[in-house]
Write a protein that binds this ligand. Structure first.
Ligand SMILES: NC(=O)c1ccc[n+]([C@@H]2O[C@H](COP(=O)([O-])OP(=O)(O)OC[C@H]3O[C@@H](n4cnc5c(N)ncnc54)[C@H](O)[C@@H]3O)[C@@H](O)[C@H]2O)c1
Length: 337
C-alpha cells in the first residue's frame, strides 16, 4: 500500500485525492493547502484525511511514500525539488516547470535520489489518444500530412500562466507522444484579447520530422468548449473529440488520389477525392486520471521508470512551449528547437 500526500487542493488536487483514495494499492494520508476553506471541504469529504496548511508536514512525514504536486505552475519546481530531497516519489502536475533547464535539474535529482518523478501529462493515458497513436504506428492513416488541435472554452482564467502554458502542455504532450519527440521548429502568434498581462489566445504551428505540420489553437475566450484533434493521412483521416463520450474517435476512409489520366491541355494529373465510410471504433472509457495514477503506482511498485510521462518528456514539452513563447514575443518568427 503506497501512502500519498497531496499538496494543493484547489480545483484539480481533489481529483487526485479521490483517485488515490479509490485505487486498491494506495491511500491518501494527508493533504495541504493554504486555504482553510479548501482544507475544510477536503476534511468533510474524507474524514480520515489529515489536513495541514504547511506542506512541509507532508514532506516530513516518514509514513508518506509519494507526493502529488497540484499547485499553481510557479510552485512546481521548488516543491517538487523539496519533495525529492525529502525522499518522496513525485507526481507533479503539468507543466513541470516554466524552464526547460529546471526540468533537467529535477530529472537528475530524481535519478540521484533513486525516486520516481512523473508529470501529469494526462492525455497520454487517454484511450482515445492511445488509439490515435495506434492508427499512426500501424499505418492505418498512411503518411501523415498534417494535424490540427483545438482546445478552447470561455475560461477558466488563470493568473499565474497564460493560455499557452495552461492549455497547450496537453496538446504538445499529445503530439510529442504521437510523433515520438519534440518538433524541429515552431512559429506562433498570441493575443491578449481581454487587455490583461497574459495572452488568452494562441495559434501555434509546429513542424515535426517527416514534413508533418501541426496546428494548435488554444483559447480562454471562445464560445464553445472544444477538445478536438484532426489528423490527415494520405490513406485515411481521423477525428478525436474528447467530449463525445459515445464515440470519441471517427476514422474516415477518405483520401485524395492522383488519376492516371493525363490532360494534355493542362499538363497535370487530376486529383480525385475518394470517399469511403466512417468507422466509429469502441474506445475504452477508463478515466484517464485513474490510468495515470495506476501507472504511477505500478512504476513505484516495480521500480520502473515512468517513461510515458517522465521528466525527459516534460523537458521536451517545456522546451517546445518556451520556443512557442519566444515566437509569440517575436510576432510569429520561426524558432528552431
Ligand atoms: N491534468 C489536467 O487536466 C489539469 C486540470 C486542471 C489543472 N491542472 C494543473 O493542476 C495544477 C493546479 O491547478 P488548479 O486548477 O487546481 O489550481 P487552483 O488555483 O484551483 O488550486 C491551487 C491550490 O494550491 C493552493 N496553494 C497555493 N500555494 C500553496 C502552498 N504553498 N502550499 C499549499 N497550497 C498552496 C491554493 O490555495 C489553491 O487551493 C496546475 O498545475 C494545473 O496546470 C491539470
Amino acid at each position: 500500500m503506497i501512502s500519498i500526500g497531496v499538496i494543493g487542493c484547489g480545483h484539480w488536487g481533489p481529483n487526485h485525492v479521490r483517485i488515490f483514495s479509490q485505487l486498491p494499492g494506495s491511500k491518501v494520508v494527508m493533504c495541504a493547502d493554504l486555504d482553510d476553506k479548501r482544507l475544510a471541504a477536503m476534511a468533510a469529504l474524507y474524514p480520515q484525511l489529515q489536513t495541514t496548511k504547511n506542506y512541509q508536514d507532508i514532506l516530513n512525514n516518514p509514513s508518506i511514500d509519494a507526493v502529488v504536486v497540484a499547485l499553481p505552475t510557479n510552485f512546481h519546481f521548488k516543491i517538487t525539488q523539496e519533495a525529492l530531497l525529502a525522499n518522496k516519489h513525485v507526481l507533479c502536475e503539468k507543466p513541470l516547470s516554466l524552464s526547460a533547464q529546471e526540468c533537467l535539474t529535477l530529472r537528475d535529482l530524481a535519478i540521484g535520489q533513486k525516486k520516481h518523478l512523473m508529470i501529469g501529462h494526462i492525455f497520454v493515458f487517454n484511450q482515445g489518444v492511445v488509439r490515435l497513436r495506434e492508427y499512426i504506428k500501424n499505418g492505418e492513416l498512411g503518411q501523415i500530412h498534417y494535424a490540427n488541435s483545438q482546445r478552447t472554452n470561455l475560461g477558466p482564467f488563470r493568473y499565474d500562466v497564460n493560455a499557452l502554458w495552461d492549455l497547450a502542455p496537453h496538446d504538445v504532450s499529445i503530439f510529442n507522444y504521437l510523433f515520438d519527440g519534440a518538433p524541429i521548429s515552431v512559429s506562433a502568434r498570441g493575443h491578449k484579447c481581454l487587455g490583461g498581462k497574459l495572452e488568452d489566445l494562441a495559434f501555434a504551428t509546429l513542424d515535426y520530422p517527416n514534413n508533418i505540420m501541426i496546428n494548435i489553437h488554444v483559447s480562454w475566450i471562445d464560445p464553445k468548449k472544444v477538445r478536438h484533434i484532426t489528423i490527415v493521412g494520405d490513406k485515411k483521416m481521423v477525428v478525436w473529440d474528447d467530449l463525445d463520450i459515445e464515440g470519441p474517435i471517427k476514422l474516415y476512409d477518405k483520401h485524395v488520389e492522383k488519376t492516371d489520366v493525363y490532360y494534355a491541355t493542362y499538363g497535370e494529373f487530376q486529383l480525385l477525392s475518394r470517399e469511403g465510410g466512417i468507422m466509429i471504433p469502441k474506445v475504452g472509457i477508463n478515466e484517464p486520471l485513474k490510468n495515470q495514477a495506476q501507472y504511477f503506482l505500478d512504476c513505484i511498485n516495480n521500480n520502473a521508470s515512468p517513461v510515458l510521462s517522465d521528466a525527459q518528456k516534460a523537458y521536451d514539452v517545456v522546451r517546445t512551449l518556451s520556443a512557442i513563447s519566444e515566437s509569440i514575443n517575436k510576432k510569429g518568427e520561426l524558432v528552431k528547437l
